[in-house]
Write a protein that binds this ligand. Structure first.
Ligand SMILES: [Zn+2]
Length: 172
């Protein structure tokens, strides 16, 4: 008699549940990093890179503290992975904020295959990024990574609003 618990449908359902649980858990970790950055007076962004569901690198916004305009949470995490000698082919990154074009390209070059997002720029109505969205860039550049949306989105937006320094259009 076939064991239903190990059947393909059951297995797929288990994978999806596991993904959802670990996505939330990893985004929560990334949010802790974003809060550290906020407390340090930097852009409140956190990033976690996982390989086979294990955290292999972490990063946070350091643009102000390191006086380096390229020191974003994603590039910080990529640098951490590089220093540890981790191969990022097929890895997943969790970003509390949608990556900017620079980071989006760096993720592509690094071999990341899955990008999990919290808040989106459109959520904040930023006025300094034109009509940019990660999907538009991915489409234009033909990046092959998968985008996963809406993981702890509200919490990510809330943190950003708490910081309150995003350039947004004033309501008239
Ligand atoms: Zn960036």
């Amino acid at each position: 008699m076939p064991d239903q618990k190990s059947g393909p449908f059951k297995r797929k359902a288990q994978e999806m549940t596991t993904n959802k649980t670990s996505d939330t858990s990893h985004m929560t970790q990334a949010l802790k990093l974003a809060r550290i950055a906020l407390n340090e007076g930097d852009w409140p962004v956190g990033a976690i890179i996982t390989q086979n569901n294990r955290i292999v690198a972490t990063g946070r916004g350091r643009q102000f503290t390191s006086e380096d305009p390229t020191a974003h949470a994603e590039t910080d995490a990529l640098a951490g992975a590089r220093h540890s000698g981790v191969d990022l082919q097929g890895a997943t990154i969790y970003c509390t904020m949608e990556p900017c074009p620079m980071c989006a390209h760096a993720l592509h070059i690094s071999g990341i295959s899955r990008v999990v997002l919290g808040a989106r720029h459109a959520d904040l109505a930023r006025n300094d990024l034109g009509s940019y969205s990660l999907e538009k860039l991915v489409d234009m550049m033909e990046y092959e990574y998968t985008i996963v949306n809406d993981v702890e989105r509200e919490t990510c937006i809330h943190l950003r609003k708490e910081w309150g320094k995003d350039p947004i259009n004033a309501v008239k």
